[in-house]
Design a protein around this ligand. Structure first.
Ligand code: FAD
Length: 408
């Protein structure tokens, strides 16, 4: 039989293959990925790997031997260029053709380009893959003045690593606070101060109008107010775009992500999509988007969708209903988020100034919990949110209220 073909050998693509083998799936599995390395995890790229605490092997999801042992063919440096749905064949950029019984799109996302003149200058970098991280490690060694465009998770994690090395780091952000789309004002404020204590300078409500250069290399970042920040390294972290073109060209529905149903299937029963590239209905997305669908960029989502799809392909279908959760390490602080917090109509802090959680409510129901250096709260929050246990803002705010007992 033609078996399973997966496009994208990242976190989600690897997981569906591994979970299928665990479930005893006996058909051929081929992972087609355009990167050169073994499938690896991305989170350390902006954390331990960048800081030199994790080596390359430490990133790999499995050692090379695993793939041969489990009958998973990993085709590295191989790009999928088209889907022939009528012929149930994947068309490769090198002219090759792979017939499929089922096709999984796990193509992830790519960085949103900075839409200003000079963005192509040498020294202007982004961070998505291992090759980006390797290039950045070298660039940090040679850098003196760094400008980070975008105070999102990756920009801030990078800023913390660079500042810890004593480099001058300025973060330019269009919004009024860090991680504005993802977290409460209280959590933003905590991380603003934590980064400032490391020596990071923030410019909020600031736009970038151009990157300036000399001899093909970046020399500064021009702001919309006319000011220029001198820089020899610029890290652009302004979000991602889902890799949905293969699906769109094959006539499958896309809308900021490849549209799938609760079973992670596209309108073509032979094609599914998972991970960063997929837009799916979530029971946790009520009030988050008008149609209750979301696209989530997280390791949790990639892994749980890989498992959910594997269960369906192994004959045990269930709708995808996993609770979203996420983490980010910035300097010595760990932020953990359970649930989907925005938009929120109440945000209630619990804990002290150094270690706290913010309980967020939407339409009177607990929707998310952000924990800063409070891993215990995070685990309790996951249980409460997954079970839909009722909690009021007053209970969350009351230090004497036993949350753990409620979660049992
Ligand atoms: P990916 O891991 O991006 O894999 C997709 C793969 O498909 C890529 O290798 C891509 O090159 C390949 N591909 C795309 N198109 C084609 C094609 N046409 N042919 C062949 N191959 C193709 N999440 C967290 O939860 N916590 C964190 O702390 C965290 N930190 C992160 C730090 C960084 C620097 C980055 C970049 C991401 C981080 N994330 C974090 C997000 C997390 O890594 C992603 O959500 C996760 O990797 C998504 O998995 P995926 O398989 O959907 O996509």
């Amino acid at each position: 039989t033609a078996g399973l073909v997966v496009v994208g050998a990242g976190q989600a693509g690897f997981q569906v293959a591994a979970s299928l083998r665990e479930a005893g799936f006996a058909e051929p599995i081929t992972l087609v990925g355009d990167e050169p390395d073994l499938p690896y995890q991305r989170p350390p790229l902006s954390k331990g790997y960048l800081a030199g605490r994790t080596d390359r092997q430490g990133l790999h999801l499995r050692a090379a031997g695993y793939f041969a042992e489990h009958g998973i063919v990993h085709r590295a440096e191989t790009r999928a260029a088209g889907i022939d749905r009528d012929g149930t064949r994947l068309l490769l950029a090198d002219g090759g053709v792979l017939p499929y019984g089922h096709l999984v799109l796990a193509t992830g996302a790519r960085n949103r380009p900075l839409p200003v003149p000079g963005a192509e200058l040498e020294g202007v970098r982004q961070l998505r893959g291992l090759s980006d991280a390797d290039a950045l490690k070298g660039a940090i060694e040679a850098a003196n003045r760094i400008v980070v465009v975008g105070a999102g998770f990756i920009g801030l994690e990078f800023a913390a690593v660079a500042a810890a090395r004593g480099l001058s780091v300025t973060v330019v952000e269009a919004a009024g606070r860090p991680m504005a789309r993802a977290v409460s004002g209280q959590t933003s404020e905590f991380f603003r101060r934590a980064h400032e204590a490391l020596g990071v300078r923030f410019l909020f409500e600031a736009g970038v109008s151009a990157i300036e250069g000399a001899g093909g290399r970046v020399s500064g970042v021009r702001l919309s107010n006319g000011e220029t920040l001198p820089a020899d390294l610029v890290l652009v972290g302004i979000g991602v775009l889902p890799n949905q073109e293969l699906a769109a060209q094959a006539g499958l529905a896309v809308a900021d992500g490849i549209r799938v149903d609760a079973w992670l299937a596209t309108a073509d029963p032979a094609v599914s999509a998972i991970g960063d590239c997929a837009r799916f209905p979530s029971p946790f997305a009520t009030g988050v988007t008008p149609d209750g669908t979301v696209r989530i960029e997280s390791v949790q989502n990639a892994i749980d969708q890989g498992r959910c799809l594997a269960a369906r392909l192994a004959g045990r279908p269930a709708p995808y209903a996993a609770l979203p959760w996420f983490w980010s390490d910035q300097g010595r602080h760990k932020l953990q988020i359970a649930g989907l917090g925005a938009p929120a109509d109440a945000s209630v802090p619990r804990g002290t100034g150094d270690a706290f959680s913010v309980f967020r409510f939407r339409d009177g129901r607990l929707s998310a919990v952000e924990s800063v250096d409070r891993a215990g709260d995070h685990m309790i929050a996951r249980r409460l949110l997954a079970a839909g246990t009722p909690l009021t803002p007053e209970q969350a705010a009351d230090p004497g209220f036993d949350l753990k007992a409620l979660a049992m």
